[in-house]
Design a protein. Sequence first.
Lengths: 101, 168
Amino acid sequence: MMIPFGHALAFAAVLFVLGLTCVLLRRQILMILIGVEIMLNAASLVFVAASAYWQQVDGQIFSIMLMAITAAEVAVALAMVVYLWRRKRTLIADDFNGMRG
Amino acid sequence: MASLLFYILGFIMLAATLLCITRRNPVHAVIYLVVSFFALALMFYLLGAPLVAAFEVIVYAGAIMVLFLFIIMMLGLAPQETPEGPGWQRWLPLALLSASLMICTLLLILQDPAAGKPIGEFYLAPQVVGEALFGRYALAVEVVSFQLLFATIGAYMLGRPLPKGEDS
């Protein structure tokens, strides 16, 4: 691999901004979650590229930890999606604008 | 050859992600995201991380995306019910903000002296990763297992039937 370190970081940065754009622009809750997934993958790419750049194992370990944390996050988030769907029969984030104690 | 492959995979990944975030139908978005994850897994392999590449395919594309598809199909989300984001005038400022953030980040990355140095030849066998994971990082593995347990309990709590009168 003779690519510069900066190019791997640049790919990760563009991927992260695409995920951020998805979170900011989309109104459907599932698409917002997909944007979060994209951002986590960009972080994972940074970890693996840094692991290769410094020739250390730690980056890959953190990448694997990130995957486990993502799996936990997705389990809770999708349970919330099902809960919200049962409450209001919609998944558009703008429709959830009420609070009740 | 490997570096050319890296750039091709990177552009496949970015194109698939761009298509993913602009789809109206969530099923199509998830399928494009799976393509993006496959390209990312091959990039991980080229960066000397075969174990992470395998986990990317198994955990992300195989489990998490299937979970998304399962939820979409269970709720029966039709494309008609999922209007796209706000109109052009409303999301143009956000898009400009994201684009300027991306340009600033790219400039910041590429002006750094370390950015020009090439990534050397590197390959980490799964055995080495496993030994580090269950040796030096064994405590972290335990903490993550607790987190998965908490997530299971949380998902169970949220999945209980709603009390009377709170249904829509």
